[in-house]
Design a protein around this ligand. Structure first.
Ligand code: ZN
Length: 231
């Protein structure tokens, strides 16, 4: 007991002096990138320093906001780095309107990672929080509902909307097929007339005869067929 108390006291002492820096210690183990804590309006962001080293910047406010999962926040920012969103190409994609796509990709990675490392309660809380945001979205970002749906499908759990019976309908689509036309073709066939004349001279005449023969020629055609499409 005493030893445990000592450990707790030591831990608390250590914790209070290093509170800001260490509250995220160990949380980044699944990411392998440094987490830097500092005041920042962005709360959390995936950044690159001047030497092109990737790191995650977190505002201490992220810790005060208990509606937000720290684990998910870290995993999401980590995903931006690991999925190449902070590379020049990724930045370019973002510049040309790829923000929503990248956000959904990062959410997807984070959702799978949290499930994999057993932080399902954090994951569920995040999905619920996103779903509660409904159709609300920051400009260029996916809506809360889109984010929630996306995370659910990433971890293989469909939302009620996704499990509704598939809507199917018949459509007419062109299909190409091969048919054969019979055409008459002129062939040359050799023939010979042999015989003997009145003087008893015999011989053969070689000639080519032209005859018409029917042949089958493949022709590509297209026809409309009915296909069922479901969505
Ligand atoms: Zn993001």
């Amino acid at each position: 007991m005493t030893r445990l108390c000592t450990i707790v006291v030591l831990f608390l002492a250590f914790f209070s002096t290093n509170a800001k820096a260490d509250v995220f210690a160990g949380y980044d183990a699944f990411c392998g990138l440094p987490v830097v804590v500092g005041t920042d309006s962005m709360i959390a962001s995936a950044r690159t320093d001047q030497q092109n080293r990737k790191f995650i910047h977190i505002d201490p406010g992220a810790m005060n906001n208990w509606t937000m999962s720290r684990m998910f926040t870290l995993a999401h920012e980590c995903a931006h780095h690991l999925l190449g969103h902070t590379n020049p190409l990724g930045q370019q994609q973002r510049y040309y309107g790829g923000t929503a796509t990248q956000e959904l990709e990062a959410d997807c990675w984070a959702a799978r990672k949290l499930k994999e490392i057993g932080h399902e309660s954090d994951l569920k809380a995040t999905i619920l929080q996103r779903a509660n945001a409904g159709h609300f979205a920051d400009p260029g970002y996916p809506t809360g509902e889109e984010r929630a749906q996306n995370m659910l499908s990433c971890i293989g759990e469909s939302s009620p909307e996704r499990t509704r019976p598939a809507q199917c309908r018949n459509i007419q689509v062109p299909e190409s097929y091969t048919s054969y036309d019979v055409v008459m073709q002129t062939n040359q066939v050799p023939y010979q007339h042999c015989g003997c004349n009145n003087f008893g001279q015999c011989g053969c005449q070689h000639q080519l005869d032209l005859i018409q023969v029917p042949v089958q020629v493949p022709v590509q055609r297209s026809r409309m067929v009915t296909r069922q499409v479901c969505d």
